[in-house]
Write a protein that binds this ligand. Sequence first.
Ligand code: ATP
Ligand code: MG
Length: 216
Amino acid sequence: MRVCDRFDDLGREDADTTYRLGIFGGTFDPVHTGHLAAAERVREEAHLDAVVFMPAGVPVFKLDQKVTSGEDRLQMCRLATAGNPFFDVSDVEVRRAGNTYTYETLRELRAHFPANVELFFIAGADAIITLGKWRNAKELTQLAHFIAMTRPGYSREEAERAVYVDGKRLDVTFLEVPGLNISSSYVRGCVGENRTIRYIVPEAVREYIVSKQLYR
Ligand code: ATP
Ligand code: MG
């Protein structure tokens, strides 16, 4: 299996060094500056060696919604992260058939990377609030450490209360990130209403949305 371009061999050269790899899961329809600023702060705060953006193939919590093709969402993530040497993009979930379950991804990543690579799954407070409903929640937090990012409009306290399964607290660390009140839904709404999304998404992503006529 190939996970990503830049960091696929992480940990292999030097078995005595521990590496910290962030995995940022989401729909990224489209990726926006809220995602980017948050991921960059998490990388710094959690001393991650890299952060891999992992767009979901078929996001199970959005089965009732129309989601842009995996190829377009991947391409926008590639454009958005190209300038950051610590960022990369993985097509593992987009390539996998069927609904996307994070536990499957983390199992695959755990099998791919050597033991000296520690995995950190990154998600916003709104996603963490639903963690108890994710398939195999307990196993999930054994495959990777979880990092919960604060997000404007979502209560950190509620998220803190949600990280228990069978009365046991899961391995989730909360981090404050720059509070950018931006969502992909908001971006899609702006495009649909013909309003500007300049500076809300990276310029290359904006140009991609225009050229492919997404969200019209
Ligand atoms: P949508 O409105 O379509 O749900 P979104 O902006 O929430 O889009 P997702 O792809 O659903 O984007 O989010 C991917 C991950 O990024 C989730 O864990 C989400 O909590 C987190 N996230 C998204 N936007 C922010 C933000 N502005 N600050 C912190 N975390 C964020
Ligand atoms: Mg969301």
